[in-house]
Design a protein around this ligand. Structure first.
Ligand code: WT7
Length: 664
């Protein structure tokens, strides 16, 4: 890191170079800061002075059946937290609130996509979880077993998860959008004994027949499954539903008749709470293991402090799907452990109209919204008339997760949704970290649009260069420097893959797979997955920065850039751009956007080709599939596209790439 070139402070040979400078800053709104749970830096200082004692203090906010004897045992890369401690996650999420007298408080306002609504209190949730726990016991499920769950976003999904936690069985939730094959593979990897599913769910007005998919999964393998418990959600709208005698049981028959009282098992702090499968570089998905005490400690702490939770008055809405880790940690476990009132919504944002979310916020008086940049950019594309038609004045906090949020999308969220008064917390974490790791605290941190800002109290995060040396400034690789309570305990059945994937690239550090940069004020900026970094004439350019420069143009709603191989420069930048709806632009608009990137970043980042498209290919969790766009850009065969949310998008893109729209 010695050969500075002097061109705009860039350093040649940097791990990843940083070009885009975002100068706008937003200190905590005064009124917000005055009543914030955390309003100064004391907590950061205490945590830094003694991280283990800090986490122990957070763990004491939970109810333990037996105290722990040791806070942490760290045998890199294997951590154990709160050793000897005993607790039950369902007890912490339900019983203790009912015992404290808030049984009548609303846990969930549920809204189904067709418009059906249910209000569920903590006392009702506890009873239903007790009945479900007894039903699981009646099917022979015991402490230590695995249970697969494949359900729509209906209240029975958190009930099923909590019932597993209550009896000490680990759940493995498989996102309802996954195929029968994906379900079968995950059941087999975990040797699950029971499958909990539903006849189906509603999505954009259509019935999604989950039980039919589950039957396919079970007829092609998944021999470990002994029983299937089926919620009736669609009723008559479910097509050819077959209940297999002796194996399949209706929820409303088996669960409803049970005793609501069901003892909560005293689990060891390190007992498995759940598996959640995430894709890796090979075809075989990784079963990420999360355990009991440390996980609940960190999700409850982060949910409370990052969202400045006021449980008596807040109505909190995390609009993710429970099938992803965001839903596990910030729809189910964090909010319930904190006694929060949440919204649970089954369907899509555009059914029956493009204002569905804003009508939900108005109806329930939502104070806190947590969603993903992909959703925000979709709303930008649709236009401001939809949020403007509703009263969003109940909102006081906004959150973002899942991808880097482009500064312009951040500003749109801040202005159009938050009315310029709600702090926006950009939260960085992963399925593997279990809980939020890098995020502002809304009453303390001065925000910069597009920056996740700083590690939370108790968390160690540093950016390093290729050789693993800490960078005080500039672009490199994001690493975590010490164990944290909610960290994954491994990959199910494959400890070597765990070590190899996360702990081998940099000695003594967890490597997250993300690029990041540190700015002059020490703020962290996420730059995308390092596999996506482009190499243009020997410069390592981050996809995120070029995309943010494109989204900065007022005509652009969303952009994805990839590097395509080029004999001269190594790679050239190809940009796929979605414009805001209703805009008429001519062919020359590609040149306008290319010039805009040059102005924001420099000539090095100038896209060679700009391809306009109505949609970008995304995974079902909303992440842009740059690998696929590279294949399109380089005219390669696309291989397996089954993980795409909408496979039709790719065919259209190929057509446009072939006709060369916007070529320089
Ligand atoms: C990857 C993890 C965290 C729950 C949902 C995704 C990206 C996540 C941010 C953010 C920039 C982010 C990273 C990370 N990511 N949050 N705030 N800024 N990038 O969980 O599917 O395990 O994905 O999502 O690349 O490694 P996941």
């Amino acid at each position: 890191m010695t050969d500075a070139t002097g061109d705009g402070g860039q350093v040649q040979g940097a791990a990843i170079e940083d070009y885009l400078a975002e100068l706008r800053t937003f200190p905590p709104p005064e009124e917000f800061a005055r009543s914030a749970l955390v309003s100064d830096r004391t907590m950061y200082e205490q945590a830094e002075a003694d991280p283990e004692e800090f986490w122990a203090a957070q763990a004491r906010a939970l109810t333990w059946f037996e105290p722990w004897d040791q806070v942490l045992d760290w045998q890199l890369p294997f951590a154990r937290w709160f050793i000897g401690g005993r607790l039950n996650v369902a007890f912490n999420c339900l019983d203790r609130h009912v015992e404290a007298g808030i049984g009548d408080k609303v846990a969930f306002y549920f809204e189904g996509e067709p418009g059906d609504r249910r209000t569920i209190t903590y006392a009702q949730l506890l009873d239903e979880v007790g009945r479900c726990a007894n039903a699981l016991r009646s099917l022979g499920i015991e402490r230590g077993d695995r249970v697969a769950i494949y359900m729509p976003m209906i209240p029975e999904l958190p009930v099923a998860m909590l019932a597993c936690a209550r009896i000490g069985a680990a759940h493995s939730v498989v996102f309802g959008g996954f195929s029968a094959d994906a379900l079968r593979d995950r059941i087999e990897d975990a040797s699950a004994r029971l499958l909990i599913t539903a006849d189906g769910g509603w999505r954009r007005g259509h019935a999604v027949e989950l039980k039919a998919n589950a039957d396919h999964a079970l007829s092609s393998g998944a021999r470990s499954i002994e029983n299937v418990l089926v919620v009736r959600r669609l009723g008559d709208a479910a097509g050819n539903l077959v209940m297999q005698e002796g194996r399949d049981h209706w929820w409303h028959e088996l669960v409803s008749g049970q005793d609501p009282h069901s003892p909560a098992e005293a689990m060891d702090a390190e007992d498995l709470l759940f598996l959640l499968y995430t894709s890796g570089t090979t075809a075989r998905p990784k079963g990420i293991m999360h355990t009991t005490g440390g996980y609940l400690t960190q999700v409850a702490f982060t949910h409370r402090t990052v969202f400045d939770l006021k449980p008596e008055t807040d109505v909190y809405w995390c609009a993710a799907d429970i099938g992803w880790v965001t839903g596990h940690s910030y729809i189910v476990y964090g909010p319930l452990a904190n006694g929060a009132t949440s919204v649970l919504y089954e369907g899509t944002p555009d059914f029956p109209g493009r204002d569905r979310w804003w009508s939900i916020i108005e109806r329930y008086g939502v104070t806190t919204l947590y969603t993903a940049p992909t959703a925000i950019r979709t709303f930008m594309k649709w236009g401001t008339e939809y949020p403007a038609a509703h009263d969003l004045s109940s909102l006081r906090m906004l959150g973002s997760v899942g991808e880097p949020i482009n500064p312009e999308a951040w500003i749109w969220y801040w202005q159009q949704i938050g009315g310029g008064r709600c702090p926006v917390v950009d939260t960085w974490w992963q399925t593997e970290t279990g809980a939020i790791m890098i995020s502002p605290l809304p009453g303390v941190t001065t925000l910069k649009p597009g920056s996740a800002t700083f590690p939370l109290p108790g968390i160690g995060a540093e950016v390093v260069d290729d050789a693993g040396r800490k960078l005080e400034r500039g672009g490199g690789y994001l690493t975590l420097t010490r164990p944290w309570p909610a960290m994954l305990r491994g990959i199910y059945g494959d400890p070597e893959r765990y070590r190899q994937t996360y702990w081998s690239r940099f000695e003594g550090r967890y490597f997250a797979g993300d690029g990041a940069k540190v700015d002059d004020d020490g703020y962290l900026w996420l730059l995308g997955r390092v596999d996506d970094v482009m190499n243009v004439s020997g410069h390592r350019v981050s996809t995120t920065e070029v995309e943010s420069a494109l989204v900065d143009h007022p005509s652009v709603a969303e952009a994805a850039v990839v590097g395509a191989n080029d004999a001269t420069t190594g790679q050239v930048i190809i940009a796929f751009v979605t414009l805001k709806l209703g805009l008429e632009v001519g062919h020359e608009h590609a040149e306008v956007l290319r010039a805009h990137v040059v102005e924001k970043i420099g000539a090095i980042a100038r896209p060679r080709v700009v391809i306009f498209t109505d949609d970008l290919p995304k995974t079902r969790s909303g992440k842009i599939m740059r690998r696929l766009l590279r294949d399109v850009a380089e005219g390669r065969d696309l291989g397996d596209t089954t993980t795409l949310a909408d496979p039709a998008v790719v065919a259209e893109l190929r057509r446009r790439a072939a006709t060369g729209s916007g070529e320089e």
